[in-house]
Design a protein around this ligand. Structure first.
Ligand code: FNR
Length: 407
């Protein structure tokens, strides 16, 4: 059979689009929605209302979550043409390792309430697609089991996200377990030393962890277990009660970051940085990267959109790589964040809704959609590689002329 024009013109991520049209010509249309709004609406139909509320919900009125989305409209892509973009390269270097794409899966707590064996499903599909997975501390499977799923066949990349408990011995035990299990970085989340005011969850009186969801890393931890009179198997309520005394950690200070860095063999990345001065603190502590994020608008109502924080934080971070999350819904959103200086981006809710709809296959669908759209948008805007993106790829929305840069 002769090659179609598409075979000659597109790179492999965009092939997902070709496949969908080819199947459509044979009468088969995609079984899962193609847009974030479609995914969310379909997920709401199948999810327990409390679980849906926990995933979709935000802090307070939801203003920060809305601002995260609006911020993307504040930047516009100015396409360039005739630049020879037949072969496109989505690779990026992360922590001195090449990754096939600039996409990572954000840490999501209590994922097991969304789908059975969720973290294992996510680990397998992430590894098959070459997308690193950041495993939450608040997982339903011990980090060792998830690492085994990640490394089962293709040898996927896993990073471990640390919610730093107020018991440093437990914190170190989690860190050392992550090192032992083969995680390649530690992501310490700074913006959630306690949970914010979240009216949707409050209306449901619902916090999944109090039902034991998401606590597997604590319940399997030898130091945590040693704090209990009876084992979690014998007395689960006491284990949950201990966790509630340990999770909140308002006393953390800048000097603690250097302590964590000193006590970990892994690269340490701070998540939740929005202010350039906090980036400077991370830099001074010798950290290996930061993630600009406002936790998807889940921690402070009325906070600045994460995307609007990005350029200043990048500037303050010197050579330290800056990653980004909060509000990414499309391939074009990814392109904008990368153009503003993010080395890579993490996605949260989109993949969780994919998981709710189709398990690991649903996550794979969401990732393929995002990567195909990124690949196409990259090429259509005149870039052959992620490395070619920069502030000059965008203008501020509403400017009368095609002035380059972020304005
Ligand atoms: C999160 N997030 C999060 N972050 C983290 O560091 N550890 C965690 O356990 C969780 N748990 C969690 C649960 C749920 C249901 C959501 C939606 C989010 C925040 C997450 O990693 C990421 O920062 C945001 O999800 C990014 O925003 P979007 O993509 O959801 O808009």
């Amino acid at each position: 059979m002769s090659a179609t024009p598409y075979d000659l013109a597109v790179s492999r991520f965009a092939d997902f689009q070709t496949d969908i049209y080819a199947q459509g010509a044979a009468g088969v249309v995609p079984s899962l929605p193609l847009t974030f709004d479609g995914l969310m609406a379909a997920a709401e139909e199948v999810m327990d209302p409390r679980t849906f509320g926990y995933v979709a919900g935000s802090a307070g009125t939801g203003a920060t979550n809305a601002a995260n989305r609006d911020a993307f409209s504040g930047f516009e892509i100015v396409p360039r043409h005739l630049r020879g973009v037949a072969d496109r390269d989505l690779q990026v270097d992360l922590l001195a390792k090449p990754q096939p794409t600039p996409l990572l899966l954000a840490p999501i707590g209590a994922l097991g309430t969304v789908f059975p064996n969720a973290e294992l499903e996510v680990a397998r599909v992430a590894s098959a697609l070459g997308v690193p997975m950041v495993l939450s501390t608040l997982a339903n499977h011990p980090l060792e089991h998830v690492a085994a799923a990640l490394h089962e066949s293709q040898g996927g990349t896993g990073w471990f996200q640390l919610y730093w408990p107020n018991d440093n011995e437990v914190a170190l035990s989690l860190v050392h377990r992550a090192e032992q299990a083969g995680y390649e970085a530690l992501v310490v989340t700074l913006d959630t030393w306690t949970l914010a005011w979240r009216p949707v969850d409050l209306a449901h009186g619902y916090l999944p962890f109090l039902n034991g969801a998401g606590l597997a890393n604590y319940l399997s931890d030898p130091v945590f277990r040693a704090r209990l009179k009876e084992s979690p198997e014998e007395h689960p309520e006491a284990a949950v009660a201990l966790w509630t005394t340990m999770f909140n950690n308002p006393g953390l200070r800048a000097r603690d970051l250097a302590w964590l860095k000193k006590n970990s063999k892994l690269p340490v990345i701070a998540k939740g940085v929005c202010h350039p001065d906090d980036a400077r603190i991370a830099l001074a502590a010798g950290l290996d990267g930061i993630i600009v994020s406002n936790h998807g608008g889940r921690q402070i109502d009325g906070a600045r959109a994460a995307l609007n924080c990005l350029a200043d934080v990048v500037e303050a971070s010197g050579d330290m790589p800056v990653l980004f999350d909060s509000g990414i819904r499309t391939g074009s959103d990814i392109l904008k964040a990368l153009a503003l200086g993010a080395r890579a981006v993490l996605i949260g809710r989109p993949y969780v809704f994919g998981l709710a709809l189709g398990g690991g296959a649903g996550v794979g669908h969401v990732l393929r959609c995002l990567l195909a759209e990124l690949d196409l948008t990259l090429g259509l805007s005149g870039h052959a590689a992620i490395a070619e993106l920069g502030p000059e790829s965008l203008v501020r929305a509403g400017l009368g002329s095609c002035r380059v840069g972020t304005g």
